[in-house]
Design a protein around this ligand. Structure first.
Ligand code: G6P
Length: 754
């Protein structure tokens, strides 16, 4: 409306100026047309005179002029030629047609020749006079005076005026319309451009839109990105993340926005024990270790598969239960799956397909059509649960892991304003390895429903971007690590996951390392003088347990002094045991441990203690505190949190970490003895070095490791992701506000008045 008023202010004066110009120009136009026609009539007169000259010369031979009168009488039958007179060479008017004005003499005719005199009129109408000499063979014989009717010129002049007025009016209207259209278009273009700019679209996709704002948008985009990059670089060196700081981030930057977590594994499992009572168990899962403290800090809703035998017994009618038991910091919404679904989605597609595909640990992935169907179905079920649990239309959804690659796009289609952060807890392989998955495109498309796609390391993020580049029609900005796909943008970044650094009260609850050692020795029957090395893993082929046992065996071969003074304790938490690959692997490990124990037994007890059962976190901590060395020799691992747990457990700054270079954690923990797990000799040597390392060196290394893990803790992991999400949401909010403001402006009464 305001825009229209502006245009009218410009157009009304323009039309007035055009009208006045037209009006003022009319006499000029009249004069001009009169002159054109007079010239035309002169020419015409010349033509008539030439035609008549022979007949006139002939008629002059007759003395009474009768013939000449008859000739002139015929000539004036032409409707334009109204009268003719004949002047003798002496200047006498000898003959004239009856219509010739009697008062016009030959002398006057000479004066008026060729002039359009308004005073010269015939029967009330204007006439034009022209004089033409007639020559015979003897020379000039007289002059013809021709009077032409000029009234048609007046008529034409009136017509011309009318047309001129119409033309100028039409032209004025046309100019007005074109001006209005151009103004409207460019106004809209500016508004649209500005909105797109503020929405971030122009900033992010300047090449798509083009238009006059494109260079400006590109410039602003570059500046904004630089600022964000700078912010991220600065944030990398930030310290001091803890639960309180995460809570304050949620309060300030996310202003109490709703947080939903989706994962397959639930943080607490309720089981029926043989006595019939219900026990609560904490699963052995890096994911749970990391996400649970975050949930305690932000009090959201966690959606996970209810897999415990007593899970249904403790939920309310909405399948929800408050956790942790007795503290009620957050709620867990359990999703139930049929056995068939669990088989196809979890055991099949996730753990026989994606798990080996992403770990590249020399186990062939298996892809079955029926597993894929269940995977899709279960992703949809969880996406529906997210939508059902969301109390707002723009929750922050934290999607966890390879079980839910399709869920981000599914949630995005139902809650377009949601901020979806997907974290991939396992490695991402190179594009060639990933490319063997028959549904690679669908997986990538599903993941690109995320606002932020997080990996443990920059290498995994880079592999993901390269896979997108290889298999999808998407635009990747490597410089800013973003993917634009089907009009949506995904930011791909590395967020190294970690653990919760033990609080003072947790530390106070721990027994001393000596007490832990005594307890472990007593429980496992390990002699007093034995050095203890531990391995704590899920019983999984990616963890390098086989290679580790070979290294232990090699240690005993190569360094015989350890045959009577060393025990290796391997905790292997049962996992995915119904899968053939796992069964075979677990049997192989049991067989190998037995063989080594047969070969090297210390005091009648095996040197390898394989504890293939579930251990609660307290028991694991006790083991860490009792150990002289901890072996983490994964063949490939996204991050691996066992190594960080070991470091956190050693407040005595003793104990040596032997760490696989193929675990994501190796990047941040160089003070460990970093090894190639496939190289048995190297691991055996590292183990020997660990067992013989002087306490001072142990302290030095451990102190440094501890300060890293303390700083790079799980609150920092979550804090960085959520801060990125908050910035993203802020950007979205600003652009929405601008959009609202833009559309409201059209109806703004104040604007209308202005
Ligand atoms: C890895 C995966 C997690 C999973 C955990 C335990 O850490 O990234 O998603 O929860 O293993 O495996 P499970 O299959 O027992 O949940």
């Amino acid at each position: 409306m305001k825009n229209l008023q502006l245009q009218l202010r410009f157009l009304v004066p323009l039309i007035l100026v055009l009208a006045i110009t037209a009006w003022l120009s009319l006499p000029v136009v009249d004069r001009l047309t009169l002159r054109w026609f007079a010239r035309d009539l002169d020419l015409r007169g010349e033509l008539v005179a030439n035609t008549l000259s022979e007949s006139v010369a002939d008629a002059l031979r007759e003395p009474n002029g009768r013939k000449l009168r008859a000739l002139f009488g015929r000539a004036v039958q032409d409707e334009r030629l109204v009268a003719i007179g004949w002047c003798s060479p002496m200047g006498e008017m000898l003959v004239r047609t009856p219509s010739f004005p009697p008062d016009v003499t030959c002398a006057q005719a000479v004066r008026l020749n060729g002039e359009a005199d308004p005073a010269l009129r015939l029967d009330g109408g204007p006439v034009h006079l022209s004089l033409h000499e007639v020559r015979a063979e003897s020379g000039p014989v007289g002059q013809l005076v021709l009077l032409h009717d000029l009234s048609f010129i007046e008529r034409r002049s009136q017509d011309t005026r009318r047309y001129l007025v119409l033309l100028i009016t039409g032209l004025g209207v046309l100019i007005a319309l074109v001006t209005m259209a151009v103004a409207q278009l460019s106004w809209r273009g500016w508004i649209k451009g500005t909105r797109a700019l503020l929405r971030g679209e122009g900033l992010l996709r300047p090449l798509d839109g083009g238009g006059e704002l494109a260079p400006l948008a590109a410039e602003v985009r570059t500046r904004l990105r630089d600022l964000e990059d700078e912010y991220r670089r600065a944030a990398t060196h930030e310290t001091g993340w803890d639960a309180a700081r995460l809570q304050s981030l949620l309060r300030t930057q996310l202003r109490g926005d709703e947080i939903l977590v989706v994962s397959n594994r639930e943080p607490y499992i309720h089981e029926q024990d043989p006595a019939g009572s219900i026990v609560v168990r904490r699963p052995a899962s890096g994911l749970v270790t990391a996400v649970e403290p975050v949930m305690r800090a932000c009090s959201g809703t966690w959606i996970a598969h209810g897999s415990g035998s007593a899970d249904r017994d403790v939920v309310d009618r909405h399948d929800r239960v408050s956790l942790p038991p007795g503290q009620d910091d957050y709620r867990l919404r359990r999703v139930w799956l049929t056995e068939e679904q669990e088989q196809g989605y979890y055991y099949g597609f996730a753990n026989e397909g994606l798990w080996p595909l992403c770990h590249v640990a020399h186990v062939r992935p298996v892809f079955r059509e029926s597993d894929w169907r269940h995977y899709r179905e279960v992703n949809q079920r969880f996406a529906d649960a997210v939508v059902a649990e969301a109390r707002s239309d723009d929750p922050v959804v934290l999607v966890q892991d390879y079980h839910f690659a399709l869920l981000p796009a599914m949630v995005r289609s139902r809650l377009p304003r949601a901020t979806i952060l997907t974290f991939w807890h396992i490695p991402w392989p190179n594009p060639e390895s990933f490319g063997i998955c028959p549904w690679r495109d669908e997986l990538l498309e599903g993941m690109l429903g995320s606002t932020i796609m997080g990996f443990h390391t920059p290498t995994h993020g880079k592999n993901f971007l390269e896979s997108v580049d290889r298999y999808l029609e998407a635009r990747i900005e490597h410089e800013h690590s973003t993917v634009s796909f089907r009009g949506e943008q995904t930011f791909v970044a590395a967020y190294p996951i970690s653990i919760e650094w033990p609080t003072a009260s947790t530390l106070a609850s721990w027994a001393t390392p000596e007490a832990c050692r005594a307890q472990v020795r007593a429980t496992l029957g390990i002699p007093e003088d034995h050095r203890i090395a531990v391995g704590v893993d899920r019983f999984d082929y990616t963890k390098g347990i086989l290679e580790r046992l070979h290294a232990v065996e090699r240690l005993l071969e190569k360094y015989p002094q350890w045959r009577d003074t060393f025990t290796f304790v391997q905790v292997a938490a049962p996992t995915r045991a119904s899968l053939e690959e796992y069964q075979a692997f677990q049997q192989r490990i049991h067989a190998l441990a037995e063989r080594i124990n047969r070969r090297f037994s210390a005091g009648g007890r095996g040197v390898v203690r394989l504890l293939a059962q579930h251990h609660e976190p307290e028991a694991v901590t006790r083991l860490y505190r009792a150990a002289d060395a901890c072996l983490v020799t994964s063949l490939h691992d996204g991050m691996n949190l066992v190594c960080k747990e070991f470091v956190a457990a050693r407040d005595d700054e003793q104990g040596v970490l032997v760490l696989s270079r193929f675990a994501g954690a190796a990047r941040d923990l160089p003070e460990a003895l970093v090894v190639n797990p496939y190289h048995v000799e190297e691991v055996a040597d590292a183990l020997h070095r660990a067992l013989t390392m002087p306490p001072a060196e142990q302290r030095e290394r451990m102190a440094s490791l501890r300060s890293t893990v303390r700083e790079f803790n799980v609150y920092r992991w979550a804090g960085h992701m959520l801060a990125d999400a908050a910035r993203w949401r802020l950007r979205e909010r600003v652009s929405r506000r601008v959009l609202r403001h833009g559309s409201a402006e059209n109806d703004d009464p104040l604007a209308r008045r202005a």
